[in-house]
Write a protein of this length. Sequence first.
Length: 334
Amino acid sequence: MAATARNIEPIVGCSGFMTLQTHMLADEHRFPDSGGALSWIISALAISTKTISARLKRARLEDVLGEVGHDNIHGEHQQKLDVIAKDVSIQVLRGRDGVAVLGSEEADDLLFVNTWTSDGSRYAVLFGPMDGTSNLDVAGAVGTIFSIFKIEPESSERLYPGRRQVSAGYVLYGSSTIFVLTTGAGVHMFVLDSSIGAYIRVAESIRLPEFGATYSINEANAAGFPRGYRQYLQQCRDENFSSRYVGAMVADVHRVLLNGGIFMYPPTQKSPGGKLRLMYEANPMAMIFEQAGGVATTGDQQTLDIPPSGLHQRVPVVLGSPDNVADLQECLNE
Ligand code: FDP
């Protein structure tokens, strides 16, 4: 793993002044038959995430930090902001043309909404409204992740493999609010300009560096990782990699997307099938990474090819630069 021989420069750039809304209108030209429902759905996500961003900024002042007092479907202590983020997202999304199915990390089951668009298209929107909740009380970075599928007209299926996503994205609520989006033609990044209330495009067609000398993993779980992961981590330490772990997937993955490197949440003793959720965490990030020239795998197969077995299914997650993931894969295959 000779770091000097590899491209480690972030490749981002953009031209012109473009809001998320204008970007989506321009993007619609790729689908001349579309009635614009996807743009409406993404515009709903823009509104809900702006609202969440505003609530987060005032969280301590409005006393909305801390736990609700009961657990969610995953047995985790639900935070007040988990509930606020879910409610805001559902309120905004369920009124949009074309949203037929909603699924959220904080809801036990899929929610069916009876809406149709004039062109008959219907979509499922699956999302993790508040990612990285352990950071809430300490004003650390958190995020929202979403995945959008088109529902086949004659199909009774409501969950599809990630390869069928028509769009995916995340919002990072950090020192600024960042919206990262793909609709299958590259990955684009927008920053919320709160003075005008609009997401402004700051990078077009992001390309992940081929390699990055940084790994992101909860190393405290290392004793329970499969041997290949432990061996790869040793290799990274031997080669003087940096370790970076925020504990919010969106923040950790965003660093890797821009700077290169690798994010891993392997099987652990506590979660032998992995901790992160396929439908609204692993899949959307996998689509973004593949669209940006990166790799997304569970260690056994490409994430986007996994047939879903349920809304809250968990999988091991590896997302990263091609060279990093290839080096990990060698260790896993030994
Ligand atoms: P959280 O439980 O705090 O909401 O999937 C949720 C997630 O955070 C990810 O955002 C994060 O990458 C991971 O779990 C953190 O898990 P560990 O605390 O086990 O490292």
